[in-house]
Design a protein around this ligand. Sequence first.
Ligand code: ADP
Ligand code: G6P
Length: 737
Amino acid sequence: MSKTIIISNRLPVQLQISNGDITAIPSVGGLATGMKSVHSGGDSLWIGWSGLTDEEIPDVLAPKIDKALAEHGSSKVRLTKEEVNGFYFGFSNRTIWPLFHYFLEYSEFELSYWETYKTVNQKFADAILEKAGEDDTIWVHDYQLMLVPQMVREKRPNISIGFFLHIPFPSYEIFRTLPWRREILQGLLGSDLIGFHTYDYERHFLSSVRRLLGLEVSFNDIYLDDRVIKVDSFPMGIDYKKFHEAAHEHAQRNESQKSELQKRLDTHKKSAPDAKFFLSIDRLDYSKGIANRLKAFEYFLNKYPEYKEKVRLIILAVPSRSNVPQYKLLKKEIDELVGRINGELSTVSWTPIWYFYRSMPFENLIDLYTSCDIAWLTPIRDGMNLVAKEYIATRTDKTGVLILSEMAGSANEMNESLLINPNNFEQIADTLYQAINMPKKEQQERNGILQKRLERYNVEKWANDFMTSLVNQKEKEDVYVSRRLSVDLMNTVMNSYIDAKKRLVFLDYDGTLAGFHNDPQKASPDEALYKLLDEISAQPNTDMYLISGRDKETFTKWFLPKKYNMIVEHGVWLSQNGKDFHMLENVKKDWMAKILPVLESFVDRTPGSFIEEKNYSLAWHYRNTDPDFGQKRSVELNTVLTSLIANDDLSVLNGNKVMEIKSSNVNKGRAAMRVYAEQDYDFVFAIGDDWTDEFMFQELPDDSVTVKVGRQKTTAKYFVDNTKNVRDILARFAKKR
Ligand code: ADP
Ligand code: G6P
């Protein structure tokens, strides 16, 4: 039976050695806590790092490690101390984490970290390859493992791979500063589906793919030579039931069943029934804005002094990545801030801030969530922030106020909370005031809506949506637009080719026989191509036509001496057996004077674009422009042209990064049919890559073999992936086998 393999750096548990034995403690962090619920419910294996380095594990304990992990459905990747330093503390948390959270000044671009990151990603990929069957689904998680999808794909081209990023994907302007930006993108593109928490992260990623790799992106599909990758947003949910039920159960407890923490909280509540507890829970991370929050708290108490002795801030900070210098500094800063504020403001009966620096068992988290009136979360930047969702889920009587930073991914789905900008102290102080004074009814109305949404879009639904999308993507690939011209199908085509009495072969040039080049004049034919075309055109009873949108001067230079048959400028001109070109269609060109200035104005305003003036058409090329900008301009030009040419018999062809304006009665389909009608052909073949070739595919007789190069939508019967496949077909035609 097929299974899902979850792969992430963190496993659901972290192993520790205490008193000479192995103990497993639950991992903190959104990835591990969220995926844990998904993992426990299904048939999956979770591969990751145990949290201990090879050097830390004494030989006697080694066998116990596998056992301890197996109890949690997990399997380990072994890492040495040096690897953990370069891969985890280094590239993951000193390069990527700060960069992707817009802390550019903290990012270290250190070659040795990168080298270790690659080595360790390969280790994770190898661990997958060792365990994965061909029908298994691989789900790779987070920024520590961005090269893994491609590393697996290289060895298992057909396996299904999903990737989910749990942190923000930064804007192109930030991402481009990374020296290894292309390698990271290529690593991710080994996936079939790439998921993000929000649409913004998705759009930043697609923009980087377009700009840095120059790949074709249509809506949220990325077109590679041989595959289509889907990119989508799936906001991660929580295990709503688990938190909600735990809170219900918590409310039923009698005095003796309560935890020590709860008893302490209750005592304080009793002594000052009007006092409000503010709660913040985060890993101790600079992205969480803890220092800012402390300063804002002080600001609030100065602005609204009447709340002194009436409010208390409970800060729970979980130790995290403490080997990284920025985290050490942050710890020091927070210790000092808490000390200073408490020192300055405390009274004999009041300590404004309670500060815990530790991990807490689930039960204590519930104590805090259910006892605090206001959850106050102010990340400077956060991929999602599950704590915000967990707080709402535990509010069984629907009271409580959530104040949440706009910079958290979860803010997108939590509009009913009080959203703040974490840098705006004035706004924060006023929002705290608003929260303290919010009527119960309003609290319940807001939380009621939030709870409904969280309950519906829970972590299980999130994982199911991702998995369904991955399965659909894989299926779509198999039956994408048309059928792949497989070896078997090509054998059948060859049989017809060999048996035919009279053959007609149409070959498009750019994107079919030759790849694209920034300068169209440089995409000239190579010797190998000439050789293949020579062989095919020399075959008896075979009429081979090059059929192209190119101008006749270029094709005259490249191909007339070879005496190949040619149709150019989309069907305006025909040359047969080395004779000069003559016009196939009587076309007008008086419209050009009107359109040319329009195109020129677009060239002026779109750096990198240029006009190609052909004898009977005008083409605006935008391959060399900024991809997003070029795309936008092409839409704009389309609108302008449509209104301008309404009364002329003209049409606009949207080719591959080119728009061409020409007479409506000229197209490749019409031209191909004129040639077809000249003789009695019993084998017709046509191949091409773009929109202009669709006319041929549509008009040629039904029993023709029509082939699209690439994966876009087509009316061709078959598709092949790239120009290399086209050469393989030509080689078989040439050899007739
Ligand atoms: P991040 O993933 O950046 O750490 P999230 O808010 O998305 O932030 O996830 C944090 C997760 O860690 C939550 O599921 C939360 O319950 C858990 N957690 C946070 N603090 C503690 C703590 N002190 N003890 C145990 N679990 C914690
Ligand atoms: C974030 C990351 C996770 C990571 C977690 C805890 O949620 O997205 O990948 O596991 O923080 O960080 P740590 O470095 O302890 O794994």
